[in-house]
Ligand binder design. Structure first.
Ligand code: FES
Length: 128
């Protein structure tokens, strides 16, 4: 299987990996087929002009190289974005920023996208 240089880079040195204490929201998703698990933590701050911003984000992933690379990439893409903009990040955005994923591994980027959405949903729920 041919991984891009970017995927290998993020797999070897993932960004924003680890646990976050007192997150504003967490999202955990799993893929029932491969059994991989991904958890994303977000810390949200309110900015008077921009609205709600993801000021910090971390992930923990038990999974394949693509799952780790896509987790790392989605945290880079979502950091400092408004919740509205973070929700617009698609699995294709994640894959493009990683210079592509092998077709058989595209589902791994769904996990990253779904975990981010779940974390934002959790934050919205906690707010109420
Ligand atoms: Fe399961 Fe990659 S093989 S997320």
């Amino acid at each position: 299987m041919q991984y891009s240089k970017k995927v290998l880079e993020h797999f070897a040195h993932p960004h924003n990996q680890g646990v976050m204490k007192n997150p504003s929201g967490t999202g955990m998703v799993g893929n029932p087929v491969c059994g991989d698990l991904m958890k994303i933590y977000i810390k949200v701050k309110k900015d008077k002009q921009k609205g709600e911003i993801i000021e910090d984000i971390k992930f923990e992933t038990l999974g394949c190289a693509s799952a780790i690379a896509t987790s790392s990439m989605i945290t880079d893409l979502a950091k400092n974005k408004t919740l509205k903009d973070a929700l617009k990040i698609t699995r294709d955005d994640v894959a493009d920023h990683l210079e592509g994923l092998p077709p058989i591994k595209m589902h791994c980027s769904n996990l990253a996208d779904d975990a981010l959405h779940a974390a934002i949903k959790d934050y919205e729920k906690n707010k109420k």
